[in-house]
Write a protein that binds this ligand. Structure first.
Ligand code: CO
Length: 164
């Protein structure tokens, strides 16, 4: 179980590095990310959110209870668009309305280093785009309107005030 970095912590704005070697440290990191994601009942978690700047994310598909690990993910196709409320473990109790592609296909590596291609729809499509944003230092607040930021001003200010 690892501490989840919150909005205001500088690391969340950094670009994560490509994983070149899936060694024991990387596998340990992935295991701890899975435990963390399950314990907080989240949908997605990127390595940067637990303080490690590596291009890795975990997604939990509630429909089939599948826990997906993607290393060095890339979007290779996207279709349609949809606006929906979106949260983030780094922004507790805050939801912004964000326009995302409705379907995405991503590719990357699994824990064994094998290339995988995954199609995501709805929640999973949103999750994949959100997690890949994290790996590039992009956060949900970057999509928020001024009204939304005003609405959550107190919560956002508290996060900045309490940053570690
Ligand atoms: Co997030």
């Amino acid at each position: 179980m690892r501490r989840i970095r919150k909005y205001g912590e500088e690391i969340l704005r950094k670009r994560s590095e490509e994983v070149k070697d899936i060694n024991d440290n990387i596998l340990k990191l992935i295991k701890s990310m899975k435990e963390t994601l399950i314990s907080v009942k989240g949908i997605g978690l990127s390595a940067v959110q637990v303080g490690i700047l590596k291009r890795i994310f975990i997604a939990y598909n509630k429909e089939n209870s599948d826990l997906i690990t993607v290393i060095n993910p890339e979007i290779i196709e996207n279709k349609g668009e949809k606006i929906d409320l979106e949260g983030c473990l780094s922004f507790p109790e805050i939801y912004f309305s964000i326009n995302r592609a409705e379907k995405v296909t991503i590719k990357g590596l699994n824990e064994k280093g094998k290339e995988i291609v995954i199609e995501g729809e709805e929640v999973m499509a949103r999750c994949f785009q959100h997690e890949i944003d994290h790996l590039n230092g992009i956060l949900i607040i970057d999509y928020a309107s001024e009204e939304e930021k005003k609405f959550y001003k107190e919560k956002l200010d508290n996060l900045l005030k309490n940053k570690k």
